[in-house]
Design a protein around this ligand. Sequence first.
Ligand SMILES: O=C1O[C@H](COP(=O)(O)O)[C@@H](O)[C@H](O)[C@H]1O
Length: 285
Amino acid sequence: VSLSLSPTFRAVFHSTVSRSMALSGDKRDGGELRVFVDTDELSTDLADYIAELSEASVKERGVFAIALSGGSLISLMGKLCEAPYNKTVDWAKWYIFWVDERVVAKNHVDSNYKLTKDGLLSKVPVVPSHVHSINDTVSAEKAAADYEFVLRQLVRTRVVSVSDISDCPKFDLILLGMGPDGHVASLFPNHSVLDEKKEWVTFITDSPKSPPERITFTLPVINSASNVAVVVTGSSKADAVHTVLDMVETESPLPAKLVQPTKGKLVWFLDSAAASKLESIKFSE
Ligand SMILES: O=C1O[C@H](COP(=O)(O)O)[C@@H](O)[C@H](O)[C@H]1O
């Protein structure tokens, strides 16, 4: 696909740049790629995407269980706080979780909870008791165990669905960002946590990105979701995007490449800077 960013092409650009991604060695149809001219257009489509999934899930199950990452994702979700979404989304039916969290106080500048509260949750009418953040008064190990316990209760009562092929929770939507090193959630390259198969929530104390202590959903939980979106912007991530989506051989796969929902739907949202090194997409002025 060769694309140009001419004004007449803009509308076509974000709606038709879609290709089937082969995400593993087998022949599964892997997912959808959406590329946007800029972060503003990406944010608009992301808000639509989340609102549509929320509506479908509330219709089907009566609730919407969504797990959020921190980082740049939260400001990219900002349009949800504006019209029409602030009024049309059924916020009272949302149950909110964190895919990963830094083990710091909830009012600490590094807290993913604080970021989300300031940037999103304080601006829309979510129900406080539906917001499930970690216990910030205990060790990383205990915080992960406590969080998994809470999750197990909510799976038991079906606030969060359960996978029909494993005992894992099946979130209606998991939203991920990706770092320039290819990490997603707090799953970092070459870290043993990538091999965790039994736990739903685990912890690390040696994150290469500060702060060192974090809790994170494991890959089996992420890959059991009904929908997973990976939202990536900026040129600093273009190499990692190319490595993952163009399936460049690496000694060990980048964590983002291991995001392969077993039965769910995967969508990558990229701005043109993040997509700039993709082989099948050429940009010109
Ligand atoms: O440390 C983290 O980084 C990733 C990526 O953040 P971004 O700012 O580069 O988008 C984020 O998804 C994760 O939740 C966070 O803990």
